[in-house]
Design a protein. Sequence first.
Length: 263
Amino acid sequence: MALTTKDRELLEAYHAGELDAAAEEELRQRLKDDKAFRQAVEKWETVWMVGTQATKAEQEERTRQKAFLGELEQQLPPVLPPPTRHRWLWLLLLILVPLLVWWIMSRGQEKKYPPSNENNTTEETILRPRFQAFDDHFFDHLPRENANLGSATEEALARYDAQEYSAAWPLLAEQVTATKDSLLLLYAGVAALGDQQARRAIGFLEPLVVTPTFVFYQEEIQWFLALAYLENKELEKARVLLTSLAVKEGTYQTSARLLLDEI
């Protein structure tokens, strides 16, 4: 989804604090309800924030220029009181020399860092922030619906449904069979991931990837295992799963492609 000119003006007004309470609440509600709009806004904000801040290279160049000018000033001969009839000439030189130096260095800076064309700026040219697996954009609660979870206790399921993940995954894990071949592993993995226990989630989910028993849940298994790998900084393992999800139509295809772009 591409943002319209009106959308960008609205977002700029929001960041400038120019929206009234009603307009701000309407924008927040739209971000919550419209996933495509929220994704477009996240991309726009990345471009907008990076584009308005000096890069590290620019900051270092400015520091270098300042040091150079300081050294140049120290090398200039001391200013002695000139004869009255030549006072204006000395004043003119004192003004023009720093301006000349500044102009020469500015020309060199323009050649080294040519002005960018905002219309040609793409996501690939922007330094992306570090991936956060628990942004709402990527980690969503997985409903149980009609899944057959066998021996799961009512308390474990209630905790999971209430998204009380820190209490849910230990209860679910207690019910997993010794063969480690149970759909309970999927929901225990999701709960552990929601509790930011990436290594626990990997331990629950990895056995399900290789088992032929739960073929209808492979998309969900691969997605949450990929998130766990990312959170645990196992990027190559995550990349393999995300690539598999990105090339076939499914619930997580678009999200998988976005994550592949980021890593």
